[in-house]
Design a protein around this ligand. Sequence first.
Ligand code: FES
Length: 127
Amino acid sequence: TRVEYLNYDVVADHQWEFDDPALFERASDADLDPDDYGMFLAEPGETLLEAAEERGFAWPFACRGGACANCAVAVVEGELDSTVDNVLTDDLVDRGFRLSCIGRPVSETLQVVYNVKHLPGLDDLRL
Ligand code: FES
C-alpha cells in the first residue's frame, strides 16, 4: 500500500479544512518537512503504525492495543482494516477515524492525516 500522510498540526496551522478535496495537493505544494508530509510503502500485514515506525517516523501512540485512541488517524482516501476497534464511536468511524496501531492498510493507496488525537470527540477517549 502506498501511504500518503499528513500531520494534523500542519492542517491546523494552515487552517486547512479536513474535507477539502485538495487537502493533499495543498500539502504536496507546501514544501513541508518529511516528518509532516510524504509517502511510504506499507507491507502487507503491517499495521499502519508499525509501517510508519519501520520507516523512521514517530507517530503518537500509547497502548498499541486498540484501547486508547492516541494513535488515531483520519482516513481521507483508502481503507484501513481494523475490525477489533472497541474504542472509537460509530460516529467517529463514520467520519473516517481509525486506529493506526491495529489498522492494516488494505487498499492500494491510502491518504491519512495522523496526530488527530486532540480533535474534539477523540481527546476524551484517551486513557
Ligand atoms: Fe492506543 Fe492505538 S495506541 S488505540
